[in-house]
Design a protein around this ligand. Structure first.
Ligand code: GTP
Length: 499
């Protein structure tokens, strides 16, 4: 039954998981053979699709970056990212950044500084001496990030050193994530808040459960909306449940809980039938991936994490700092480039972002980069000039590489709940969003937003951010996701009996 297989597989491996909310389940360190093939595979697939013919990562190249992967990421405060963001806050933040778009007719004329990330490896190595778990993220404003090398003056331009990426073997069996956190562990931890909150809400609802009547369904709808699964999903679910509860003759509250979760997973599974979570990669030449989204959602951080992931899989990665408007944005991306040990193309502050994109695409083509990640200014989706600027960047990319950009990834902050959904709808109306990166799932109880996105937007979530560290990004795996969300809330024995 699709997404339920993971519950069965893990239940077989781990008998205690049949007890709802088993803490043993949370501590499960290894996956069953079937499950382990399911989880890492999805991550590997996305990477593997990047360059099927590549060779595996040489041990030497993975050693330094994986140490770097443990370095804490500390551009902004965690507290800020956890605090729910109101739509007003998000709007004013985005609006504050919305500058007068600088018209630029000749893209190639803006000075662009190219820098090599090669000298950074010692910094990465020293960062590696700090154990990741013990390092609390600190609050450092992006502007305060020390980055002398990040000065964007053209005078300081230095030739880009040959990429340090080692020759690669088949990346399909080289998971980019560091060994200490499996996908399951990261999903488990990252979705803990949502799982606990949803579980509590469901428990509270079922505590008053007498029998299934209209008021029960009203309360259920409210509970689901409160869990951010979205209005449509909540109504759809309670409609379908009316029949299902009767059909299954659910009388005890535990039965009803099972039916609720089963139905949620089923609707979610069906809605994503035609969705591919893998990144669309170029068959030849560089893959170009454009990141869009309003301010503060985690675009720059995500690019840094992605750069690290693909670099570790042996790809030659280039970043383009096309957010030339926000003070500190270029420096922030430069810090990430160093951490991930990849190259970056930057422009002068306030220069035309399309010029940076042009130079980066040229460089990516000439120097055989595998992937170019483009950071863009946070734009408010209804600011026409900024949307025009985004279109201009896309035109330049397509002119240089006809099938690019290969992805336009909209980055959304899960902590903003329904506001993220609204942002996504507006972005989708004005540009071709091909996938979503949902960040900060670890800092929120609003993980139900993934269900709403799938049900209402039909744009696949391709990656999720489950923490601030460089390794806390994963390709989205629906199996791991529903398991992380509902594992303590479903009686697997009952599932088995029905199967
Ligand atoms: N907990 C958590 N924090 C995250 C995650 N992704 C990003 N962040 C934090 O979110 C904050 C904002 O991230 P940025 O990458 O600067 O966001 P941005 O969209 O690039 O913002 P602008 O550059 O202002 O447009 C930083 O403090 C990040 O550390 C995540 O998955 N989990």
């Amino acid at each position: 039954m699709g997404l339920f297989d993971i519950f069965r597989r893990r239940a077989k491996k781990e008998p205690t998981s049949t007890a709802p909310a088993s803490s043993a389940a949370a501590e499960e360190a290894t996956t069953s053979s079937a499950a382990s093939s399911a989880a890492p595979e999805s991550g590997a697939q996305s990477v593997a699709s990047a360059a099927p013919s590549q060779a595996p990562v040489a041990p030497t190249s993975s050693a330094a970056p994986s140490s770097a992967a443990e370095a804490p990421v500390a551009e902004k405060s965690t507290a800020a990212s956890v605090a729910p963001v109101t739509s007003e806050a998000a709007t004013s933040e985005a609006a504050a950044v919305a500058p007068e778009a600088t018209p630029a007719s000749v893209a190639s004329e803006a000075p662009v500084t190219e820098k090599s990330a090669a000298p950074v490896s010692s910094a990465a190595a020293s960062a590696a001496t700090e154990p990741a778990a013990s390092v609390a993220p600190t609050s450092v404003a992006p502007e305060a990030v020390p980055s002398s090398a990040a000065a964007t003056s053209a005078a300081e331009a230095t030739p880009v050193a040959p990429s340090s990426a080692a020759p690669v073997e088949d990346s399909a069996d080289t998971p980019a994530a560091p060994a200490e956190k499996t996908d399951e562990q990261l999903y488990d931890k990252g979705l803990e808040k949502t799982r606990t909150t949803f579980g509590q809400k469901l428990n509270a609802l079922l505590a008053n459960f007498r029998h299934v009547d209209e008021s029960f369904f009203d309360d259920l709808e409210e509970t689901l909306i409160g869990a951010d699964v979205g209005f449509d999903m909540a109504v759809k679910l309670s409609d379908e449940l009316r029949d299902e509860v009767k059909l299954q003759n659910a009388k005890k509250s535990a039965d009803v809980q099972n039916v609720v979760v089963e139905k949620l997973v089923e609707i979610y599974d069906e809605a994503g039938n035609n969705e591919s979570t893998a990144l669309n990669m170029a068959t030849t030449g560089p893959t170009v991936i454009l990141f869009v989204g309003v301010n503060g959602v985690g675009k720059t951080t995500t690019i840094g994490k992605m750069a690290n992931r693909y670099h570790q899989a042996g790809k030659k990665v280039l970043l383009a700092a096309a957010d030339t408007f926000r003070a500190g944005a270029t420096e922030q991306l430069d810090v990430w480039a160093k951490r991930a040990d990849v190259d970056i193309v930057t422009g002068k502050p306030q220069s035309d972002p399309a010029a940076v994109v042009f130079d980066a695409v040229q460089k990516a083509k000439k120097e055989d980069y595998d992937i170019l990640f483009v950071d863009t200014a946070g734009r408010l989706q209804n600011k026409v000039n900024l949307m025009n600027e985004l279109e201009k960047m896309k035109r330049i990319i397509t002119r240089e590489i006809p099938d690019a950009p290969h992805e336009v990834l909209l980055v959304l902050d899960a902590t903003t709940g329904q506001n993220a959904l609204t942002q996504a709808k507006l972005f989708k109306e004005s540009t071709d969003v091909t996938g979503i990166v949902l960040t900060k799932l670890d800092g929120t109880a609003r993980g139900g937003i993934v269900l709403a996105i799938r049900n209402e937007l039909h744009v696949p979530v391709k990656f999720i951010g489950l923490g601030e560290q460089i390794s806390d990004l994963r390709p989205f795996d629906p199996n791991e996701f529903v398991y992380g969300l509902f594992k303590g809330l479903i009686d697997v024995n009952a599932l088995e009996k029905k199967a």
